[in-house]
Ligand binder design. Structure first.
Ligand code: CP
Ligand code: NVA
Length: 331
């Protein structure tokens, strides 16, 4: 498998075999890291990390993975670059493309990361846009492979905001990998019908399936993976909170949901999560709207079925695999 020179913008651009290769490469790199084996095959190279939205996992994963591979990193924070303000995306892409060997971009519209990729002569990696979060998906697949021993045929229910980056990414992933996805949400939050159609076509070929339902009982019964994400994403206005809580509360992941899914089901979340009031925003919103936990209960989050911290660690191993493969570390 040779992915040298490829961008990593969305999983629609990758085949099932290529996705599986990245998952397996990440598993190998994880094994070597645990054994203390250095894999600094990209010594002397440098990557730019552009974040127009904040991050803990994705930023740290790119920085640690790049360091492990022997590379230098430059982090551009949401206020620390000219991008989009005084300099166009196309100009920025050409400037950074001349100095760096790879570029990560986290921002708003998917069209921006696609534009950077068009103009930069080096691999470009999507670190999250409004539409897709593809690096998260490779970590989620590695976690599922580790915990359940398989990917194909796995039954996933995604609860909550089903029209944003995580649900879109899950649709594409299940359609490509032959997994069965149920998106369980209020129909106001069902995904873009065009993307659903595309994924249904792909699922037909892979043996997977996509089901949309408002029924939180039928939708969560007998599943291997229960997944959720925040109800208000980065960059969304403060005014949407009240409506989101009202609309999505029936889709909270709680013990009843996990019991219906089954004892062997695992709970996953891309994080960060509002499972208690121990955050500034969680506390303020909890007091304002009268909740103590939101998209997932603290009981489920802290339960033995929850694999969220293994999933978070896997962000680093999988981002390392994505950089290594697209930069040709093993040729
Ligand atoms: N899951 C995820 O992308 O986390 P960060 O926002 O912390 O990078
Ligand atoms: N949907 C969330 C995902 C965070 C990793 C957001 O865009 O904020």
């Amino acid at each position: 498998m040779n992915l040298k020179g490829r961008d990593f913008l969305k999983l629609l651009d990758y085949s099932k075999e290529e996705i599986q290769y990245l998952v397996d490469l990440a598993a190998d790199l994880k094994y070597m890291k645990k054994k203390g084996v250095l894999v600094d095959k990209l010594r002397g190279k440098n990557v730019a990390l552009i974040f127009e939205k904040t991050s803990t996992r994705t930023r740290c994963s790119f920085e640690v993975a790049a360091h492990d591979l022997g590379m230098g990193t430059t982090y551009l924070d949401p206020s620390g670059s000219q991008i989009g303000k005084k300099e166009s995306i196309a100009d920025t892409a050409r400037v950074l493309g001349g100095m760096f060997d790879g570029i990560e971009y986290r921002g708003y519209e998917q069209s921006k990361v696609e534009e950077i990729a068009k103009y930069a002569p080096v691999p470009v990696w999507n670190g999250l846009t409004n539409e897709f979060h593809p690096t998260q998906m490779i970590a989620d697949l590695l976690t599922i492979q580790e915990k359940l021993g398989r990917i194909e045929g796995v039954k996933v229910v995604y609860m909550g905001d089903a029209r944003y980056n995580m649900a879109n990414s899950w649709m594409v992933t299940c359609a490509k990998m032959g997994m069965h996805l149920t998106l369980c949400s209020n129909k106001k939050y069902f995904p873009d019908p065009e993307l659903v159609k595309t994924c249904e076509e792909l699922a037909k070929k892979s043996g997977g399936s996509i089901t949309l339902t408002e029924d939180a009982v039928a939708g969560t019964t007998d599943k291997d993976v229960v997944y959720t994400d925040v109800w208000v994403s980065m960059g969304e206005p403060d005014e949407v909170w009240a409506e989101r809580i009202a609309d999505l509360s029936p889709y909270q992941v709680n013990k009843a949901v996990m019991d219906r899914a089954g004892q062997k089901a695992i709970f996953m979340h891309c994080l960060p999560a509002y499972h208690d009031l121990k955050t500034e925003i969680g506390k303020a919103k909890g007091e304002q709207f009268g909740f103590t936990e939101l998209e997932v209960t603290d009981e489920v989050f802290e339960s033995s079925q929850s694999v969220v911290f293994d999933e978070a660690e896997n962000r680093m191993h999988t981002i390392k695999a994505i950089m290594a493969a697209t930069m040709g570390a093993f040729e």
